[in-house]
Write a protein that binds this ligand. Structure first.
Ligand code: HEC
Ligand code: HEC
Ligand SMILES: [Cu+2]
Length: 495
């Protein structure tokens, strides 16, 4: 029996002939090139063959059996059935389809299944931006790849469906929110290529491109070493505002926020810090440090008048307890301050722009940093509560029944719970605001979420009463931090 693998190089060779080869496909610079190309060509010529055959026959019969005076003016009664003919024209296409299926499926599985020893790159897609992360922690907007090395991509989307597509590598895979999609590719030439989102994902879809740089391995390693430390350049600690500018590019903020006064999908950052901002609620607030922090950590909480609630959630980038993340947030707020002529003491982060002393921010002990930290503004206090709530979530055992990533559990997931609409077993739909969340935690079984059993244990002795309020609130802060729908009414009040 002739295997497909023995077969494809022969056909590949035939189809690579310049008179026949690859209509409409770009030249391919990955190892998938040949297999994709000869398949494409095979189906192209199968289609040409049948198009010519069928239209040719149709035209031929039109002429041959056209109406002529005196010759068979009345049509013969048509035969209603010809078994041999019908079997033939069913079985032949079936065989062709099966061949198409087997060959296509084989290549599909090949792209789906990374060989062992792949280099791993994480891909995050969101409106309208790509970010790549490498095993050593570096993150970039340009996709850097080592040449002649199989690279496995683990891809997630923060919002809607996107598509990871590098036409010149003959590779495409959808990036589906809520799932980790994988694909791999081995580039065979160094050079510059383009990655493009292949799923229509909103206003900025056509801008959702990234450069792809395939490099020799030593150059690749050097590039990563540079990219992995955003805080330092040539051995010197960078001012936070400079780091902030890098982060703004890296995180895609600049796709929606201009720095020159132009209105984009989001408000411009020019002259924002320290200015008066009109909110959709009709209030006017001052864009001080606490406001800017909150605008970044909890987009949609306080909507700026005239804009839509489309800013992605950056909580995982800037929020949480990690010191480095706080530092990143401060860096970006420093950058926003440098863009404003209204910037003042209240709008600047409480840490100096120039670190001054050579102690690298990463090497200082967390205790020292905490001791040196100025009084936390409101948003930072909320952050501390979120971190506390996360600890209670584990230590009190909520973790056993409630997932935080959207996957099903014994109880409803906490992902996107705060601020959402919840259907109860009594047929009512309620909004998961602060009052509701409190009630559900303090009185399990009184109201029951549709589709679940009333088996949640009672936590009255550990969570009820004034002395436990902070504990309960921190859990609710944590639930809030997990939701894209969270709004002020879902948050515990901060006094
Ligand atoms: C998809 C577009 C988009 C992206 C990406 C985006 N934002 Fe926004 N941003 C908005 C919109 C729209 C608003 C106004 C509505 C609101 O307040 O949520 C906004 C509001 C803000 C505000 C308040 C502005 C004001 O005038 O009061 C700040 C600060 C901010 N964003 C910072 C950031 C930072 C930092 C990043 C990147 C880490 C970022 N944004 C990424 C769309 C975006
Ligand atoms: C033994 C499993 C179990 C444990 C442990 C548990 N829960 Fe639940 N929880 C459930 C179930 C089942 C539901 C849905 C049925 C209901 O509403 O009573 C639920 C519902 C909820 C809801 C409402 C969810 C919604 O979608 O509206 C909240 C909030 C909640 N739990 C918080 C907590 C907190 C906080 C803890 C830890 C202190 C906790 N749960 C521990 C099983 C559990
Ligand atoms: Cu997209």
């Amino acid at each position: 029996m002739i295997s497909i693998d023995a077969f494809s190089p022969i056909l590949g060779h035939v189809f690579s002939h310049p008179l026949i080869g690859s209509y409409g496909l770009p030249h391919s610079d990955s190892t998938f090139g040949p297999e994709v190309q000869w398949l494409w060509d095979l189906w192209f010529w199968v289609s040409v063959f049948f198009t010519v055959l069928i239209t040719g026959l149709a035209v031929f019969f039109c002429i041959k059996y056209r109406f002529r005076k005196g010759i068979r003016e009345v049509a013969d009664p048509s035969t209603d059935h010809n078994t041999a003919l019908e079997i033939t024209w069913s079985v032949i296409p079936l065989i062709i389809m099966m061949v198409m299926f087997v060959l296509g499926f084989k290549d599909y599985m090949n792209m789906q299944t990374p060989p062992s020893g792949c280099y791993n790159i994480g891909v995050q897609a969101w409106q309208w931006h790509w970010q790549f992360t490498y095993p050593d922690g570096a993150a970039t907007n340009t996709l850097y790849m080592p040449v002649n090395t199989p690279v496995k991509f683990s891809m997630t989307s923060k919002d809607v469906l996107h598509g990871f597509w590098i036409p010149q590598f003959s590779v495409q895979r959808d990036v589906v929110p809520g799932r980790t999609m994988t694909v791999w590719v081995k580039a065979v030439h160094t050079g510059h290529f383009v990655l493009q989102c292949s799923e229509y994902c909103g206003d900025g879809h056509s801008e959702m491109r990234a450069n792809v740089d395939v490099m020799p391995i030593p150059a690749f390693k050097k590039k990563l070493a540079q990219a992995s430390d955003i805080w330092i350049h040539d051995g010197k600690i960078l001012p936070l505002s400079v780091v902030g500018k890098k982060i703004a590019a890296l995180e895609g903020c600049l796709g929606c926020h201009s720095v020159n006064g132009a209105t984009g999908t989001g408000p411009t950052w020019k002259d924002l810090a320290g200015s008066h901002v009109k909110l959709a609620s009709g209030q006017t607030v001052v864009a001080d440090y606490a406001y800017l922090r909150q605008a970044i950590l909890y987009p949609g909480h306080k909507m700026v008048a005239g804009f839509n609630n489309v800013m992605p959630n950056y909580y995982t980038t800037f929020g949480g307890a990690a010191h480095k993340k706080h530092r990143k947030l401060d860096a970006i707020i420093w950058y926003i301050n440098t863009l404003s002529s209204h910037a003042n003491k209240a709008s600047r982060p409480p840490v100096p722009d120039y670190p001054g002393k050579p102690a690298a921010p990463r090497s200082a002990s967390p205790k020292k940093i905490a001791a040196a930290a100025p009084k936390l503004p409101a948003a930072a206090a909320a952050l501390a509560l979120v971190a506390e709530g996360k600890r209670f979530y584990a230590s009190m055992g909520c973790i056993g029944c409630h997932t935080v990533n959207g996957s099903p559990g014994v109880g409803p997931t906490w992902k996107n719970l705060a601020g959402s609409h919840v259907k109860l077993t009594n047929g009512k739909t309620v909004v998961a605001d602060y009052k509701y969340l409190r009630f559900m935690i303090l009185y399990p079984g009184k109201k029951v979420v549709a589709g679940f059993q009333p088996i949640m244990p009672s936590y009255t002795d550990t969570l009820a009463g004034a002395k436990n309020k902070k504990k309960l609130d921190s859990l609710i802060w944590y639930i809030n931090s997990l939701s894209d729908k969270a709004s002020a009414s879902a948050e515990p009040p901060l006094k």
